[in-house]
Design a protein around this ligand. Structure first.
Ligand code: N01
Length: 547
């Protein structure tokens, strides 16, 4: 068994950042990564058209000014291969690979209450003893496996967008199906449409989307960003979403329709995902939201030629941005092509898969390739996959049977010395996740430093604090329109999953203040101990103040 200070699970953006930070503090770290390379979701989601919907310069690490200056992004929204190149560059530049064990999937972690240490076991039988367990497993990393009748009978190729094959997939001359019209389905549609002989997109819910307005980054733009990178970072850290710009303080309802139209028009052609910040109340008031949703419906409708297809593709039935909207590059226009067909699953659901393809209530389709762009078991999927066994042999699955419960999104009572990065209870997917990731890792590193300086061996979330935080997360969500739509924010993506709202909607800046206040108050809501609680000594020291 290898003895380390921290086992980090996952070598995506969060895992690498945790490794870099903890190693810099002199800690011995082992990173376990199930994939064969670094990158996490960016390693696995290699489907055509995969691209970030946060601007490249903002979707990058802020911890190294040298790294910021030397890396040259080529497009406003980076493609998956470029992001993968970036994270590989980071791994090499900071010599991170030597502490990462690839092709190693965590199977179990068991907390030893007497020793205040985790024993972590991989599927290959290897084990580690570690003081800290840092879960950097991502929120959208367990692909949702669809289960249609007769699925196994299909004789063509089946691919999931979230585990895209590493070999090149050729669609030329093929009959292709895409099931799912979230960001993944919407991004791949226009690209595959240009290659395939015929493409059928199976849509259950029409999704809102804003044009990416992607463009190459000129040398002058690159120079300007690099000359003012600190200011740009400060703006991101202090903005509600981590995207760097503040919402318009006006209400969408306090301006004339003409003024609103101008603001929406400008946002449409430039802001991408940030369109939702055009007015401060778009996600707070249904009437305000309706103005944005109506504008977007008109815009989408205007680029679709066929009135029947248009009616099906224009989103309705949920407020704009209450489910995650997409940022697309020609998705709706793809349906004007002769080789692209829309199959509306609300009107005619899938009856079964067949050896040749898919049979709906109105038609039998034949395909060479079927792509599941059906999403993920969000937020909790990858946290609940391994056996994580805490105090008194309770498992995380049991603890979260009614939905995830955390103190500030980072700690869980009965699971001492376990830290979760950008998981449920934190802004995670409601923010520029890069900003949230770095914020949380810096915070947890300071907690580790504080424990070391004060000779503390165990920290643990307090159950009452956890209950208060969950109540607060719910209160903040109730102020918004998020609860008025079925989405992966609230567990609707998996039948039978607890229906609780998981991310923290109080904003990046608000959350940052809460984390800092917690540390300043001696890690309020956490119990810090200088001997394991179970060792008989108790030695609880909640009053210890932060160093
Ligand atoms: O997954 P999704 P995704 N039968 O869950 C449909 C991030 N991301 O992979 O809406 C038929 O959004 C489902 O239908 P419905 C981003 O945060 C970012 O596209 O449940 N259809 C939906 O249309 C994004 O939000 C980028 O009715 C079924 C789709 O499949 C998140 O990842 C790029 C079905 C799933 O959509 C997930 O995106 C890509 C069934 N049984 C992804 N089950 C960036 O740009 C599901 N669907 C950074």
């Amino acid at each position: 068994m290898e003895v380390v200070d921290a086992v980090v699970i996952g070598a995506g953006f969060a895992g690498l950042r945790a490794l870099y930070r903890l190693r810099g503090m002199g800690k011995k770290v082992a990173v376990l990564e199930a994939g064969a390379g670094v990158g996490g979701v960016w390693y696995h989601n290699g489907y055509p058209g995969a691209r970030c919907d946060v601007e490249s310069y903002d979707y990058s690490y802020s911890f190294s000014p040298e790294l910021e200056q030397e890396w040259r992004w080529t497009e406003r929204y980076a493609t998956q291969p470029e992001i993968l190149n970036y994270i590989n560059h980071v791994a090499d530049r900071f010599d991170l690979r030597k502490d990462i064990q690839f092709n190693t999937r965590m199977a179990q972690a068991r907390y030893d209450e007497q020793a205040a240490r985790w024993t972590v076991a991989a599927e290959n039988g290897q084990t580690w003893s570690s003081q800290f367990l840092v879960m950097c497993v991502g929120q959208l990393s367990t692909p949702k496996a669809p289960n249609f009748p007769g699925q196994a009978a299909f004789q063509g190729e089946v691919i999931h967008s979230g585990v895209w094959p590493k070999h090149s997939v050729d669609f030329v001359g093929k009959r292709v199906a895409i099931i799912g019209t979230g960001s993944s389905g919407m991004q791949m549609t226009p690209i595959i449409a240009k290659q395939a002989k015929h493409l059928t997109v199976f849509q259950r819910t029409a999704n809102f989307s804003i044009p990416a307005s992607n463009a190459p980054v000129s040398d002058e733009e690159d120079r300007q960003v690099k000359a003012s990178y600190r200011t740009r970072r400060e703006q991101a850290w202090n903005s509600p979403t981590g995207l760097g710009f503040k919402p318009n303080k006006q209400s969408a309802l306090d301006v004339t329709p003409e003024e609103r139209e101008k603001v929406y028009e400008a946002a449409w052609s430039r802001l991408g995902y940030g369109f939702a910040l055009s007015y401060h109340d778009i996600l707070l008031s249904m009437a305000a939201n309706d103005t944005a949703a109506d504008f977007i419906r008109r815009k989408i409708g205007a680029v679709i030629n066929d009135p029947v297809v248009r009616d099906k593709l224009v989103p309705k039935g949920h407020p704009f941005a209450a489910r995650r909207p997409s940022v697309d590059s020609g998705y709706f226009q793809a349906f004007n092509r002769d080789n692209v067909e829309l199959a509306d699953l609300r009107e005619s659901p899938i009856v079964s898969f067949t050896p040749e393809g898919i049979r709906t209530t109105i038609k039998s389709h034949s395909f060479d390739t079927i792509i599941f762009a059906t999403g993920f078991d969000a937020f909790t999927g990858s946290l609940l996959k391994p056996d994580i066994v805490g105090r008194g042999a309770i498992t995380l699955r049991e603890k979260w049977a009614a939905g995830p419960v955390t103190q500030l999104g980072v700690g869980v009572s009965d699971f001492p010395n376990m830290l979760i990065v950008v998981g449920p209870g934190s802004p995670s997917l409601l923010s520029n996740v890069m900003v949230s990731t770095e914020e949380q890792i810096d915070w947890l590193a300071e907690l580790v430093r504080h424990m070391e300086s004060n000779k503390l061996v165990e920290f643990e979330a307090e159950p009452q604090a956890e209950q208060r935080w969950v109540a607060h997360v719910n209160e903040r969500a109730k102020e918004t329109l998020y609860l008025s739509a079925d989405s992966y924010y609230n567990g609707a993506e998996i039948p039978g999953k607890p229906r609780v709202f998981m991310p923290y909607s109080g904003g990046v800046r608000g959350y940052r203040r809460i984390l800092h206040q917690c540390a300043q108050d001696g890690y309020s809501g956490f119990t810090l101990r200088d001997a394991p609680a179970a060792s008989g000594g108790l030695n609880r020291t909640p009053e210890v103040s932060a160093a």
